[in-house]
Design a protein. Structure first.
Length: 159
């Protein structure tokens, strides 16, 4: 999996989880038709199942690639490196999901900018492989632009 795919799936899984959680308070059906919780509950469950299937497929491919490389002495069609990369991709997806979820949770306590800055640095530094100094610099620039747009220009509080 590419880094962008890992981050996208991580964000989608956090979004789906929050959608699922919010839809549990809504009625699933009424006496005559679907209720307001029908679509968000079904969409969030379907999306979480698809994301889980992608993670399982990635892990199974990595195990199959490792078994193939052991049987052929590392010279098989899949190669030994591919299995490790796929397992690393699955672990990175789980790490991205946890990082995004923790930052969203922290936003309710300290505002938007600090957790978003931490998340940007983590995703850039650990997941994209950029240097720490470059990750911090880019994150600070992005946060400054977000602050200027939302707090100064649109006057929307970020805390």
């Amino acid at each position: 999996m590419k880094i962008s795919e890992i981050i996208l799936l991580g964000g989608l899984s956090v979004f789906s989880g929050s959608l699922l959680w919010g839809s549990l308070d809504m009625p699933y059906s009424t006496d005559t038709t679907f209720g307001p919780g029908f679509i968000p509950l079904n969409i969030s469950i379907a999306l979480l199942v698809l994301i889980a299937a992608l993670v399982i497929r990635t892990v199974l491919r990595s195990r199959r690639g490792l078994a193939t490389s052991e049987a052929t002495g590392g010279h098989g069609a899949h190669g030994g490196e591919n299995g490790g990369v796929e397992t690393l991709s699955a672990l990175m997806l789980i790490g991205a999901i946890v990082a995004i979820a923790l930052c969203i949770y922290a936003m309710s306590f300290v505002g938007v900018l600090i957790p978003l800055g931490v998340l940007l640095v983590i995703l850039s530094w650990r997941f994209s492989g950029h240097g720490l100094l470059k990750s911090v610099a880019v994150s600070l620039i992005v946060l400054a632009v977000i602050y200027l747009i939302f707090s100064v220009w649109l006057r929307i509080p970020l805390h």
